[in-house]
Structure formats: C-alpha cells, structure tokens
Design a protein around this ligand. Structure first.
Ligand SMILES: N[C@@H](CCC(=O)N[C@@H](CS)C(=O)NCC(=O)O)C(=O)O
Length: 214
C-alpha cells in the first residue's frame, strides 16, 4: 500500500493527496513536519535528505519532491487522461506544471502567504509583500489567458498541471491581499472547489500555521 509522509496543511502534500484521491489509490498517511516534527530524524532524512514533506513509499520506491510524486503516481496508475504517454501531449503538461511550480509557488508562498500568515505584523517585510503581490499580478493573467482559451491550464482537459497549479489557488484566493480581477481564473477555482478530492485535501484550514500577531 502507498505510504505518504506529510502534514495535511502542507500545500505540497495536498497536491499529492488530491491526486491520490482523484485516482482512488489506497494509502496510509502519517503526519510529519511542522508541529508534528519527525522530519529531521535520521530515518526520515534517509528518505529525503532535504527533510521536507511529502515523501512517499510504494513497494520498493521511495520518493520526495511533489512534482516527481505526481508523475510517478500518474504513470503507475496509468492516469493517461491526466498525464498522456505521447511526448507531444505530455510535454505541454510538464511545461505548465513547471511554470506553476517554479514561478507561481515561490512567490505566492514565500513572498505573500509567509508574510501575511506566518509572520508577526511587527516583523512583516512590506517591500517583500508588495513585490510578491506585483509579481502575482504579472503571473496570474498568464494562467487567466490559458484557462480562458482552453478551459484548463494546459489544454482542453484536466491534467497534472491543474493539480500542481490548482493546489496553490486555495491560498491565493483565501489569503487577504489585492488580487487582480481575473474572471476565468476565479471560475476555474470555483470549479475545482466542487471536486470532492479538492475540497477534502486542498481546502484545508491553515489556521494552525498562523503565528501569533500575524
Ligand atoms: N520542492 C518540494 C518542497 C517541499 C517543501 O518545502 N515542503 C514543506 C511543506 S509545504 C516542508 O516540508 N516544510 C517543513 C515542515 O513542514 O516542517 C516539493 O515540491 O515537495
């Protein structure tokens, strides 16, 4: 059976959990990281030398890095609708997965979410926050245009790119800051919220992560 190590409040764990639920994979999950700790223990570092979650174990496979986990699970469970085998169909999905992970996630998490939720107001770096908001105002219209044109981030069907990107939208739309008016992105997020797997595994309260005075 698939074993997942990681706390439910981690957006990277959430991406893996969302896919696991979409595919109906049997799993056991252990709370690791954050308030639960365990991720600096030698046994855990042997699975992921970065000491981060998620980590999965599946028979003889041990993996960290959420995007690698998504691809492994999609390949193993032959989820070719989400991640097709033909290179010409798969490549644009990989491209948008990486776009979202490399460009959107660090800005949203470290410049905006971290400042607004995980930093006491007295220590908030307003320049970093403003820079993050400006960067999101530049990045999100790119997703808006894709979704408006194709329906989903990487094309006319839901794919792993939507799992990678869509997971970030719960924080994007629920943390209070000045968001651009992007109707296709909003409608796409509303659609994601109606999926039971998204509601259960991504729309998870992050209040336990909020530091006093944030
Ligand atoms: N690039 C990694 C990042 C993993 C990561 O940064 N995980 C965070 C949680 S979102 C973590 O483990 N933080 C330490 C902790 O939870 O104690 C991935 O995509 O899996």
């Amino acid at each position: 059976m698939l074993t997942i190590y990681g706390r439910t409040t981690s957006s990277n764990v959430q991406a893996a959990m969302w896919l696991v639920a979409e595919l109906g994979i049997d799993f056991k999950r252990y709370d690791v990281g954050g308030e639960f700790g365990g991720n600096r223990e030698p046994q855990f570092l042997a699975k992921n030398p970065m000491g981060r979650v998620p980590v999965i174990e599946d028979k003889h496979v041990t993996l960290f890095e959420s995007q690698a986990i998504l691809r492994y699970l999609a390949a193993k469970h032959r989820a070719t609708d989400l991640w097709p085998e033909r290179p010409a169909q798969r490549a644009p999905i990989d491209q948008w997965m990486e776009w979202s992970k490399v460009n959107v996630a660090p800005v949203l998490i470290y410049k905006v979410f971290w400042q607004l939720v995980r930093t006491n107001k007295a220590y908030r770096d307003m320049d970093r926050l403003s820079e993050g908001i400006e960067e999101l105002q530049m990045l999100m219209p790119i997703a808006e245009a894709q979704i408006k044109r194709h329906g989903w981030l990487a094309g006319p069907k839901m794919s792993l790119a939507d799992i990678s990107f869509g997971t970030q939208l719960f924080r994007y739309f629920t943390v209070p800051f000045d968001r651009s008016d992007l109707p296709a992105l909003r409608a796409y997020y509303d659609r994601l919220c109606t999926r039971p797997a998204y509601a259960e595994h991504v729309m998870v309260s992050y209040e336990s992560l909020r530091v006093p005075g944030a």
